[in-house]
Design a binder for this molecule. Structure first.
Ligand code: NAP
Length: 244
């Protein structure tokens, strides 16, 4: 399968981002996998996909930094001449009492999980708007909607991302650019590796489907959002029924 579309996935080296990279590369998209620290993991994904005939590049950029984001976008434009899809996936989490969150914690959380999407979207839109074609997917979180105790800065950043999704969708609709959020529930990735087996059992009891989600279950939604051209401004929560 081959298609001509060019996709950038931030934080594609691990977890949900890595699954989105694989899902899209295996569906014939040309994928630029952005990573920051996990170079070995990024290289391994690239080798695996290239050996089966897929098109994948890897590009190191710290998405908290405007200049590094610019160079990621310019690399993609130089290679392909366009960006069809931007997936703002990279993110961090941190568990802390609100009263213990330092200025540095707060700023790093907002910079990584929200300001990064401002940078990437603004830089990519320079190329999408003139073509009147584009799709942006923001990976937010169920906590952006429900809030989470001891994750106030994380929840605030994700709520901000959902606000950005809806506002940008309104601003860009007539430019034929769609913007959506996927708000995952609890997904089995490194981000949740700190949970003990007992904590996982307790968590699963709160989820109607009785289990955490798999990264592939988020990736298939990303593909749907790229391919259905009448969905925009939505926050689609994939959470096993956790917040019905
Ligand atoms: P993960 O396994 O911890 O992976 C995080 C990814 O983000 C890595 O690829 C990492 O790249 C990248 N990243 C972090 N900081 C970066 C930076 N400054 N610049 C570039 N890349 C950076 O996390 P995950 O669970 O897959 O989460 C992916 C997204 O889903 C996040 O936005 C997260 O908030 C959201 N989410 C996850 C869950 C969940 O339960 N797992 C639930 C709701 C929402 P490097 O390792 O290369 O630095």
């Amino acid at each position: 399968m081959f298609n001509n579309k060019v996709v950038i996935v931030t934080g594609g080296s691990r977890g949900i981002g890595a699954s989105i990279v694989k899902e899209l590369a295996n569906s014939g998209y040309n994928v630029v996998l952005n990573y920051n620290k996990s170079e070995d993991a990024a290289k391994q994904i690239k080798e695996e996909l290239i050996s089966s005939g897929k098109t994948v590049d890897i590009y190191k950029a710290d998405i908290r930094n405007r200049e590094e984001v610019k160079s990621l976008i310019e690399f993609t434009i130089k290679k392909y001449g366009k960006i069809d899809v931007l997936v703002n996936n990279a993110g961090i989490s941190q568990i802390k009492l609100f009263t213990d969150i330092s200025d540095e914690d707060w700023n790093n959380m907002l910079q990584t999980n929200l300001t990064s999407a401002f940078y990437t979207s603004q830089e990519a839109l320079k190329y999408m708007i003139p073509k009147k074609q584009g799709c942006i997917i923001n990976i937010s979180s169920i906590y952006g909607t429900t809030g989470a105790s001891c994750e106030v800065h994380y929840s605030a950043a994700k709520a901000g991302l959902d606000g950005m999704t809806k506002s940008l969708a309104k601003e860009l609709g007539l430019s034929n650019i769609r913007v959506n959020s996927i708000a995952p529930g609890a997904i089995e990735t490194d981000m949740n590796a700190f949970l003990t087996e007992d904590e996982k059992i307790e968590l699963n009891k709160e989820i109607p489907l009785g289990r955490m989600g798999k990264p592939e279950e988020i990736a298939s939604c990303a593909k749907f959002l790229i391919e259905n051209e009448y969905v925009t401004g939505q926050v689609i929560s994939i959470n096993g029924g956790w917040n019905i």
